[in-house]
Ligand binder design. Sequence first.
Ligand code: UDP
Ligand code: MG
Length: 321
Amino acid sequence: MKSIGIIVPCYNEAAVLPLFYKETTAVMDALADRYQTEFIFVDDGSRDETLKRITELSMTDARVKYISFSRNFGKEAAMLAGMEYAVKHDYICIIDADLQHSPSIIPQMLDYVENQGFDVAASRRADREGEAKFKSFLSGSFYKVINKISETKISDSAQDFRVMKRDVVKAILSMPEHNRFSKGIFSWVGFNVKWISHENRERAAGETKWSLKGLLKYAIDGILGFTFAPLKLTFFSAGLLCLFSVVGLLYALIKNIAVEGYAPNLPLTLAAVFFTGAVILCSIGILGEYLARTYTEVVNRPKYIIAKTNTNVNHFTLEGE
Ligand code: UDP
Ligand code: MG
C-alpha cells in the first residue's frame, strides 16, 4: 500500500473548506484500498474561521493534519511547510482549497506517476475563461518576458496543482531560497513531467486572495529569482548612452567649427543630464533589488512560523501550553 499526502494551502477559506473536504474525501475513499491518505491543511494565518473548521475536521477524521502559521506568510510558504511535513509519503499532492482544482483528476495523476513512468503529474490550465481580461493580459505578458530572458522555462498555464514522487519533493526542499517562486522552482528541478489539461473552474466559495499588487510582487520575485538579465539592462543602457553622447559631442564639435558663435543650448544639455540620471537611478534600483534579495537570504530568517499544529513538527508554543 502506497501513501499520499495532500497539501492544502488555506488563507481565509472557511466558506469553502467543508465543500472541499467532502469532494476530496469522496475521491480518496474510492482509492482507499490502494492508497493511505493524509491531509495536510496549512492555515496561512487566516483571519476567519478556517482553523476552527480544520480542527473540527481533525477531530472526526484522523487523516486530517493541520499546520497553522502565526500570520500570513503567503501561499509559497504554506506549500513549503506542507512539503516539509509530507515528504515522508510516497506521493505528495498540492491542491488549492477553493475547488478550482478538481480533486477528481487526482486518481489520473496518481496513475501517471505510479504506472506510466512520470515523476510528476501537473495540471495545466486549458483556458483562461472566467478570469478578468486585464489579469489574463498581464500574466500573459509576464510569461512572455520571463521566458525570453530566463533560462528556466516557465509555462504560462502551469498550475500548482500536482502529484509528485517523494524524490521530486526532496529536490524541491533542497533549494534553500527564501524568495520562493514555486513555478520557477518546480520547473528548475526538472524531472519527467506529465501535463494534464484542466478546465478553469469557478471558485466554489469565498474570494480570490490575489491582488494586483500581489501579482506584481509575484512577477518581480519570479524574474529576479531566476534570471540576472535585468542587470544586463544596466550595461545595455550604459552602452546606448555612450553612443548618444559621442554622437552629440561630434554634432556639437562639427557645428561649432562650421557655424561661428554656436554653443550647445541649455535644453539639450538638461535633457542629457536628466536622461543620464534616470538611467543611473534605474540601474541602482535593479542592483538594489538583487541586493535586497541577497540580504533576505543571508539573514536566513525562518520561512514561516508555526503557531499551532496537530503534527509532530517543531513549532513555537506559548508559555504554559
Ligand atoms: N493562499 C494561501 N496564502 C495566501 C494566498 C492564498 O495559502 O496568502 C491559498 C488559498 O487559500 C488557495 C490558494 O492559495 O487555496 C490559491 O489562492 P486563490 O484561490 O486566492 O488564488 P487564485 O486561484 O485566484 O489565483
Ligand atoms: Mg483560486
